[in-house]
Ligand binder design. Sequence first.
Ligand code: AMP
Length: 282
Amino acid sequence: MKVIHTIHEMQQWAMAAHKVQKVIGLVPTMGFLHEGHMSLIDTAKNNGATAVVVSIFVNPIQFGPNEDYDSYPRDFEHDRKMCEERGVDVIFAPEVKEMFPEPLTCHVGETCISQNLCGKTRPIHFQGVTTIVAKLFLAALPNLAVFGRKDAQQAAIIRRMVRDLNFPITIVTSPIVREASGLAMSSRNKYLSEDEHDRALSISRALSAAREKFRNQANVSKAELVNDIRRNIEKAGGVVDYVELTDSDTMLPVPELNRNGSFTIAVAAKFGTTRLIDNIQL
Ligand code: AMP
């Protein structure tokens, strides 16, 4: 496994790989890797990647001024070992100065999907995401890129970016990996105290209960499911940012349930100072 730190070397490697007909699969991450990230590597291979590049970059421009950029957990040696064991070909781990030698005056922005859900509370977040993902695409030159359904809104925005800007890259989404407890795996789970962790299980439990209700009650309404989830999370001491019913493909909010569409309920809630997101496809 190779570790590459510069954009130039990454592009050279990718062009050489294309010359020998490799199918490059990119897995963008912010590191502090866990089994959720590892599953994306497997998904890349299962979707035809014959060379997997994992990028590890804590992207400063997707964090707001009062967010956790400085305290975001980092452990490169641990990440390196995990990637090596999972059969990754390249880790692309640029320094901030390599990606942003000067403050950017050009950005990539999505102006529809990004205005909802997390975009309301984190106004600059998605522009930071689309910009860094575009830069990573132009560094690693992948044929396909894998994003987790854990960040379903992010995946929908990237699909829209690729469609609108004609990136010749297939976007693959991969299912949410959960702890045995049900909590969606996240690098940020490290911030949770034991008590917060236990109370945060209310998120996945409330989402599963909502899905059960949708499946068992023909006429259940959006309001009923959303209110149930909100109540259960608040009962466990969580501070709800949003609970929203969305179209599973676009992640845009929808006004009401029906039996024809594919719906996803997305949640963001804080336990202590830790903001967690999760979602479930009904
Ligand atoms: P992050 O390092 O948190 O920015 O995540 C990098 C990628 O891993 C994103 O595409 C996430 O959606 C994905 N990811 C993070 N956690 C999970 C999880 N529990 N299950 C599946 N994918 C995940």
